[in-house]
Design a protein around this ligand. Structure first.
Ligand SMILES: O=P(O)(O)OC[C@H]1O[C@@H](O)[C@H](O)[C@@H](O)[C@@H]1O
Length: 405
């Protein structure tokens, strides 16, 4: 826990002044943790303990806890909206219920429902964030796990990767039950997992079509994402429901920006011998010849009909990310390399060396939903400290260790 220190006093001051104007107040007693008192016009008042604050560009980010974490989600959202009118951020609040320590809680932006921070027990960041991430504009952050919907990449007439990553989502306080796991597309409302008893380290976010969205994509939908956390694993369960009177189709991806020690030391395993669309060859269909994907130039490929488990092995850092997925049979591998990195304004020139994207996706066969139907996918991202050493990689051992063989 980091208490308010002198390094932050100016930042707090600026924010307190703004809060006063918005009729929120800030309490700080000498030798006590700083507290924020939220009072809404409706009369709701809550006291929040601030655990940590950091300043990122023009946005002050807090970690905090409260007796009522769900209420605070909502109040926090309103505060950020009122103060910046730009983006909203929060951490999963599970005080008193969650067995995980604070520093393991991921940070999720309501803007895009994007997870932007996820840490392991050694407090290492497990997601990549660009050194030039633009936190204060109305555009998806370069890093973390943005959600691509209803279009992946430029495979359609919509903005690149669809609009969902550039919209403000809501917390779904009473999420509808998950459909049966046996069907990936279902009209069933039967439950296998009770949402009323959803675990404290789970949050449901929802995006619904707006009148503006309907002008560019004329289909009414509800996109729900359940994000759950357990030690060493973070899970996304996306669901898309057709709430329109006509059928529609869509493509989808969870773009995983993973941090790596050096991109030239990385191997992606599980995609060998598969066909892929090469975006750098105008989508030409090719077949993977290598026994693992390695990187020495720009790569932008959508691998087709992939297995449910893929391993991203960082040889140097002795770390493996295991990607497990359901109902998302394609997988994208992307690294922009040097020229493209320079051309992307929100990516540092050398950042390409420190990241790789391996995404769970539905691209080749878009999902078709009739009115009332729902599609459900799932992605688990698992962090494994590998036990092998640089230069002595034995893929079969690693895959065996991960339960993949
Ligand atoms: O910059 P964005 O919109 O996040 O996309 C990053 C890259 O994503 C890839 O999937 C696309 O094929 C590239 O064309 C694109 O540059």
């Amino acid at each position: 826990m980091r208490r308010r220190g002198t390094a932050h006093s100016e930042e707090f001051k600026g924010e307190i002044e703004k809060m006063n104007r918005q009729s929120y107040s800030f309490i700080h007693e000498r030798d006590a943790s700083p507290k924020l008192l939220l009072s809404e016009p409706s009369g709701y008042t809550a006291e929040v303990l601030i655990l940590e604050c950091k300043y990122l560009d023009n946005l002050l980010k807090y970690r905090f806890c409260s007796p009522s974490w769900q209420d605070i989600f909502f109040n926090w959202c309103r505060i950020r909206l009122a103060l910046s009118n730009q983006r909203v951020d929060f951490c999963m609040m599970v005080e008193g219920k969650c067995t995980l320590p604070f520093y393991l809680w991921p940070q999720i932006l309501l803007f895009g429902a994007q997870v932007v921070s996820w840490k392991n027990e050694r407090r290492q960041e497990l997601l990549f964030i660009s050194s030039r991430a633009a936190w204060n504009v109305s555009k998806s952050i370069r890093g973390g796990v943005p959600i691509c919907f209803p279009q992946f990449s430029n495979l359609g007439t919509l903005e690149q990767h669809g609009f969902a990553r550039n919209r403000l989502w809501s917390v779904d306080k009473s999420p509808s039950p998950l459909p049966s796991p046996s069907t990936s597309t279902s009209t069933s409302t039967s439950t296998s997992t009770s949402t009323s008893g959803s675990t404290p380290s789970t949050i449901d976010l929802v995006l619904k079509s707006t009148d503006d969205d309907l002008k560019t994509w004329p289909h009414r939908f509800e996109l729900r994402i359940r994000i759950s956390l357990s030690a060493g694993k973070i899970t996304w369960i996306p669901r898309v429901r057709n709430t329109d009177s006509r059928p529609f189709t869509f493509t989808f991806a969870l773009r995983n920006y993973m941090p790596v020690s050096d991109i030239s030391e990385v191997r992606v395993e599980g995609l060998e011998t598969l066909d892929y669309f090469d975006h750098l060859l105008q989508g030409e269909r090719c077949t993977e010849q290598a026994d693992a994907i390695t990187f020495d130039c720009e790569l932008d490929r959508a691998y087709l009909s992939t297995p449910s488990k893929i391993a991203v092995i960082d040889h140097e850092r002795k770390v493996t990310y295991e990607l497990r997925k359901e109902a998302m049979c394609d997988a994208v591998v992307w690294n922009p390399w040097d020229k493209k990195a320079k051309a992307l304004p929100d990516l540092g020139d050398a950042d390409y060396k420190k990241m790789v994207c391996v995404d769970s996706a539905v691209i080749e066969n878009p999902i078709a939903l009739k009115p009332g139907e729902e599609w459900k996918g799932r992605q688990d991202l698992i962090y494994v400290s590998s036990s092998y050493f640089s230069g002595t990689l034995d893929p079969s051992k690693v895959l065996g260790y991960m339960g993949m063989k």
